[in-house]
Design a protein around this ligand. Structure first.
Ligand SMILES: *Cc1c(COP(=O)(O)O)cnc(C)c1O
Length: 227
C-alpha cells in the first residue's frame, strides 16, 4: 500500500512541477512519520526515502536511535526550549522556530555540540490563533537578530496552512509566503540564506508546489491516516 501511495505522490509532484515550470528534483518529499511504527518507516526507507519529519521530541529521539543512521530527521512540531538538547546532536533541520529565545537556545546547543544547526522560521500566514509561528511583519527583525548567532543557520521559511475544505483556499497563503521568501533573499548574510520553503501537506501539496515549495511534508497520504 505504501508503495502505491509513494508512486501516486511522486506522480503528483511531477504534475504540479510541470504546471509551474519547475523541476521535480527541486522538491523534497519529507515523510511525516509521527505516530507511525519503525516497520512503516523502514518500508518507505527501503523505497528510497531518507528524510523523515516528527513533531515530538521523545518519539524523534527513540526513532533516531533505532532506525538507520543515514536518515535525515526533521523536527516539524512546536519545540520547547528545555528539549532542544535532546535533538541538537543529530537533527538535520528544525522547521518550527518561532521565537528568538528558541533560536538562542538552539544556538547554545549548537555550540555545545560543535555544529551549526539548520533552522527554518515558522510563519503563521493565516494569522490563526491556534497556530504557532511569527507574523510575516516580524520576520525582518527576527533575521537581524539571527545574524548575531554563530551556530544557527536560517535556511528558509516554513508554514502550516489552515486545514482546507478546498486546497485552493491555501494558495494565497503559499503565494504570500513565497513573496516573503523572495523579498528576504536579498538580506542574505553568513548564516541567513533563503533556499528552503517548507509548505504543503497531504491535502494541499500540489498547490504548495505550484507556489514554490521546496519541501512538502506528507504524512497521511503516504502512510495512511493516523489513529
Ligand atoms: C502532521 C504534520 C504534517 C503532515 O500532515 P498530513 O496531513 O498527514 O500530510 C505536516 N506538517 C506538520 C507540521 C505536521 O504536524
Amino acid at each position: 500500500m505504501i508503495e502505491n501511495n509513494l508512486y501516486t505522490i511522486n506522480e503528483r509532484i511531477e504534475v504540479a512541477s510541470k504546471l509551474a515550470g519547475r523541476n521535480k528534483e527541486d522538491i523534497t518529499l519529507l515523510a511525516v512519520s509521527k505516530t507511525k511504527s519503525n516497520e512503516a518507516i523502514l518500508d518507505t526507507y527501503h523505497l528510497g526515502l531518507r528524510s523523515f519529519g516528527e513533531n515530538k521530541v521523545q518519539e524523534l529521539v527513540e526513532k533516531y536511535h533505532t532506525l538507520p543512521k543515514d536518515i535525515n530527521w526533521h523536527m516539524i512540531g512546536h519545540l520547547q526550549r528545555n528539549k532542544v538538547k535532546y535533538i541538537a546532536p543529530f537533527i538535520s533541520c528544525i522547521h518550527s522556530v518561532d521565537s528568538t529565545r528558541l533560536a538562542e537556545t538552539i544556538n547554545k546547543e549548537g555550540i555545545k555540540n560543535n555544529r551549526v544547526i539548520s533552522i527554518l522560521i515558522e510563519i503563521n500566514m493565516a494569522n490563526e490563533e491556534s497556530k504557532f509561528g511569527i507574523k510575516p511583519c516580524e520576520l525582518a527583525e527576527f533575521l537581524e537578530y539571527i545574524k548575531t548567532l554563530t551556530n544557527v543557520r536560517v535556511d528558509g521559511l516554513m508554514t502550516i496552512a489552515p486545514n482546507p475544505s478546498d486546497p485552493e483556499n491555501n494558495r494565497v497563503y503559499f503565494n504570500d509566503l513565497y513573496k516573503l521568501f523572495v523579498d528576504n533573499q536579498a538580506k542574505k548574510s553568513d548564516n541567513v540564506s533563503m533556499n528552503v520553503l517548507s509548505m504543503g501537506m497531504s491535502k494541499d501539496y500540489m498547490i504548495a508546489i505550484q507556489e514554490g515549495a521546496t519541501i512538502i511534508r506528507i504524512g497521511s497520504d503516504l502512510f495512511g491516516s493516523r489513529s
